[in-house]
Design a protein around this ligand. Structure first.
Ligand code: SF4
Length: 210
C-alpha cells in the first residue's frame, strides 16, 4: 500500500503520460494532505493540443463538487471575459496549480484557504505534465498564488499583469488577475473597471493566437 504525503505527485504518475491517464492517476493522488479535505481531484480540462493554457490557483467550492475547473462564479466571469475577448473556451485548456480544494468551515460554508508552499510544490508535477502533453503556445497565469508558484516569489501581478514575459513554461507567458479577485471588488464600479482590464489583457492573447 502507498504511503500518504510522499511530498510529490510524481509518485502517482502513470507509466505513459496522456491527459486521460494523468487525469485517472491524479484522482488517486495523496501526495499532500489536501486529498482528505476536498471532494475529489479537479484535474485540468480542455483541448488536447490547445494553443492557450490558463492556470489558476485551486478549485473553488463549486469546482470541488462538480469535479471541473472554472465552473463556479469566477468561472462564469472567466467565460464571459473570454467571449468578450473573442477567445473560444473550447479551444483552450484550463487548470490549476493545486488540484484539490483547500477550505475551512465558516458556519455552513466552506471558505477558500490559500494552499501553502508545500502543497503547491507537491502538486506541481501534475501541472508540469499537463504542459508537457498539451504543449501550449501561450500559458496565462491567473492570480498571485499561481504567479508566484510558476514565475517566482518576486513576481508581482499588480505590476506586471498583461505583459508577455520570458519563461521556460511556453513561448508566450502572461500573468493577469484571477477572475475571483474581480468578484471580490468592493463595489460595482470597481468590478466593472476590473472586468474591463481583464478583458483587455485577454485581447492581447487573441492577437498572439491568430
Ligand atoms: S492537492 Fe495535488 S498533490 Fe495534493 S493530494 Fe491533491 S492532487 Fe495530490
Amino acid at each position: 500500500m502507498r504511503k500518504t504525503s510522499s511530498g510529490s505527485a510524481e509518485e502517482f504518475f502513470p507509466d505513459k503520460l496522456t491527459l486521460p491517464s494523468l487525469r485517472e492517476a491524479a484522482a488517486g493522488c495523496k501526495a499532500c494532505d489536501l486529498w482528505k479535505r476536498g471532494t475529489q481531484t479537479v484535474f485540468g480540462e480542455g483541448r488536447r493540443a490547445a494553443m492557450v493554457m490558463f492556470v489558476g490557483e485551486q478549485p473553488g467550492n463549486e469546482e470541488d463538487l462538480a469535479g471541473k475547473p472554472f465552473v463556479g462564479p469566477a468561472g462564469r466571469l472567466f467565460d464571459d471575459a473570454l467571449e468578450q475577448a473573442g477567445i473560444d473556451r473550447s479551444q483552450t485548456y484550463v487548470t490549476n496549480v493545486v488540484k484539490h480544494f483547500k477550505w475551512e468551515p465558516r458556519g455552513k460554508r466552506r471558505i477558500h484557504k490559500k494552499p501553502n508552499a508545500q502543497e503547491v510544490s507537491a502538486c506541481r508535477p501534475w501541472l508540469e505534465a499537463e504542459i508537457k502533453v498539451v504543449k501550449p503556445k501561450i500559458v496565462v497565469v491567473l492570480g498571485a498564488i499561481a504567479a508566484q508558484a510558476l514565475l517566482g516569489p518576486k513576481f508581482r501581478v499588480t505590476k506586471q499583469r498583461g505583459e508577455f514575459i520570458k519563461s521556460t513554461l511556453a513561448p508566450y507567458v502572461m500573468a493577469t488577475v484571477h477572475p475571483a479577485s474581480i468578484l471580490r471588488a468592493p463595489d460595482a464600479e470597481t468590478r466593472r473597471l476590473e472586468h474591463r482590464r481583464f478583458v483587455a489583457d485577454l485581447k492581447k492573447l487573441a492577437r498572439v493566437m491568430s
